[in-house]
Design a protein around this ligand. Structure first.
Ligand code: SF4
Ligand code: FES
Length: 253
């Protein structure tokens, strides 16, 4: 049981019937919210009340609820994944707020992430970027070399692993004033660029993924760094610099 007092809150939530409709902020009150509950559990309480009243519950994305899948995607009081650092929305606790607070809850805002309903956006643009090059081709003839038999400098293995922790949530895009997807794409390029298995297709990968990113309508990077600040996995801007080097050498190399 929590030693802290339960909270009464005012929520201003973006409601939008479907992709074609115009949306608007709607005000709701929730009472007796435990500071130990998660942000999504607080929304579950609201939705249960709405369903009991015969109203349409608020649509929001979630799956694992433990910071792994990248599905949860809320803009909370103007910040992707809310006021805490290095966590996803599903890992945000209500103790970060105070009794009587008003909380603004909106979907990711970006042309390449159109709103489908309420707080759910279409992030299939990320999947199409991945399909353009976020993989390696391996001959599985039965004579495949064991990956562990290939020596890799520890520093590169660690950086590749750090890049691979990107969960594709899209907070970097939502945080960026240009709606740039550079942090996401650079993490996906870097996780392969740093490893010998990824070098074989490195040139095509970076050219194709950057082209897919541009085709999807993401904005340009102007090095403001908001993406790195809001990324729940701490993906470093160093990856963007690496992707730019990869791109230049693929273009002129
Ligand atoms: S780089 Fe960070 S913020 Fe962007 S999609 Fe990956 S995990 Fe999410
Ligand atoms: S629901 Fe999976 S990361 Fe939040």
């Amino acid at each position: 049981m929590s030693a802290n007092k339960d909270m009464n809150l005012t929520l201003k939530i973006w409601r939008q019937k479907d992709a074609q409709s115009k949306g608007k902020l709607t005000t709701y009150q929730v009472s007796n919210i435990s500071p130990d509950s998660s942000f999504l559990e607080m929304l579950d309480v609201l939705n249960e009340e709405l369903i009991n009243k015969g109203e349409d519950p608020v649509a929001f994305d979630h799956d694992c609820r433990e910071g792994i899948c990248g599905m949860c995607s809320l803009h909370i009081n103007g910040e992707p994944h809310g006021p805490d650092r290095l966590i996803t929305t599903c890992q945000l606790h209500m103790r970060k707020f105070k009794d009587g607070d008003t909380i603004y809850i909106e979907p990711w805002r970006a042309k390449a992430f159109p709103v489908l309903k309420d707080l759910i956006v279409d992030r299939s643009s990320f999947e199409r970027i991945q399909q353009a090059g976020g993989f390696i081709s391996v001959n599985t003839s039965g004579n495949t070399q064991d990956a562990n038999a290939i020596p890799i400098p520890k520093v590169n293995a660690d950086k590749a692993m750090d890049a691979a922790t990107c969960i594709g949530c899209g907070a970097c895009v939502a945080a960026c004033k240009n709606s740039s997807a550079m942090l996401f794409v650079s993490a996906k390029v870097s996780q392969f660029a740093l490893l010998p298995q990824g070098r074989v297709e490195a040139k095509d990968r970076v050219l194709n993924m950057v082209k897919a990113m541009d085709d999807e309508g993401f904005g340009n990077c102007t090095n403001t760094g908001a993406c790195e600040v809001e990324c729940p996995k701490g993906i470093s801007l160093e990856n963007i610099a690496r992707m730019n080097r990869e791109y230049l050498s693929a273009t002129f190399g």
